[in-house]
Design a protein around this ligand. Structure first.
Ligand code: CP
Ligand code: NVA
Length: 298
């Protein structure tokens, strides 16, 4: 594996290797004598805001012996219209790896191809692979394995995080339920291609019933701000709240990729009651991404 561009093109072996390495990275944090990124410069090129992804990559690259260089897309010529293919060929001459947060998935793919350097998707409109790898690590830590589990995603079923969940379920075989308004469901052909273990509904209560994991993400993803009023109306009720937790029964893991908007996709009481899990998820961004950084082939 030279790049991490999505979950869709990973296979089960890749995911298992990343999760095993992430657990090792977490256990040995602060002790990486082999410094897998020694003498390397890694460019972080971001066209969208970030707290967790930026910080975890900057810290992780340093912990592995490399140097991160942050380039906000609007501060470089890319923001003034220089094409991605030219930007890629410049960065490829100077850095050893790149972490890219942007809109079009095709831009990350084009960057990977033309720069020739290891490239990681740090979120596009289509996928957020680093997030889902960290979430899988968190579930394995807390439940031992994903085998036999049911994960319920409540909210925008067509967003990057939901799509990466779909591909994770496709590769790993756990049951995934998506509860989303009719206008915000993933394309039916994509779900059919991903597998029979993925179901989509508009019914939050039915999707939550007996579930092991309740997961949500923002109703208004970055880049969708123009649709805010429509989305707020459509998503009303697509929330992790006490009723959803009660439907799940037992003690479901309640997860959120963050940032969270209390009173929208999750209630404050449920968020705070599950803050330990949610911030473990956030911390695991560091460990999972360090695993990816160490495993990508030079
Ligand atoms: N979850 C996540 O990717 O957070 P940031 O947008 O803060 O990086
Ligand atoms: N779906 C969200 C994820 C944020 C980490 C977005 O794209 O804004």
């Amino acid at each position: 594996m030279k790049h991490l561009l999505d979950i869709e093109t990973l296979d089960r072996g890749d995911i298992d290797r990343i999760l095993a390495k992430a657990a090792e990275m977490k256990k040995t944090r602060g002790r990486h004598p082999d410094a897998p990124l020694k003498d390397e410069c890694w460019v972080l090129m971001f066209s969208k805001s970030s707290t967790r992804t930026r910080l975890s990559f900057e810290v992780g690259i340093r912990e592995l012996g490399g140097q991160p260089i942050f380039l906000a897309a609007n501060d470089i010529q890319l923001g003034r219209g220089e094409p991605i293919r030219d930007t890629a060929r410049v960065i490829g001459r100077m850095a050893q790896g790149a972490v890219i947060r942007t809109y079009a998935q095709g831009d990350v793919e084009e960057f990977a191809e033309l720069s020739g350097i290891r490239t990681i998707n740090a979120l596009t409109d289509l996928e957020h692979p680093c997030q889902i790898l960290s979430d899988l690590l968190t579930i394995v830590e807390k439940r031992g394995s994903l085998d036999g589990l049911t994960v319920t995603f409540i909210g925008d079923g067509d967003c990057n995080v939901a799509r990466s969940w779909i591909w994770a379920a496709s590769k790993l075989g756990f049951d995934l339920r998506i509860a989303a308004p009719a206008k915000f469901q993933p394309p039916a052909d994509l779900v059919a291609r991903a597998g029979k273990n993925i179901t989509v509904t508009t019914d939050v209560a039915a999707a939550s019933r007996g579930s092991d994991v309740l997961y949500t993400d923002v109703w208004i993803s970055m880049g969708k701000e123009d649709e805010a009023a429509f989305r707020l109306a459509q998503f009303s009720g697509y929330q992790i709240n006490k009723a959803a937790v009660d439907e799940a029964g037992g003690s479901p893991l309640v997860m959120h990729c963050l940032p969270a908007y209390r009173g929208k996709e999750i209630t404050d009481d449920v968020f705070e009651a599950n803050a330990r899990t949610i911030f473990d998820q956030a911390e695991n961004r560091l460990h999972a991404q360090k695993a990816v950084l160490a495993l990508l082939e030079k």
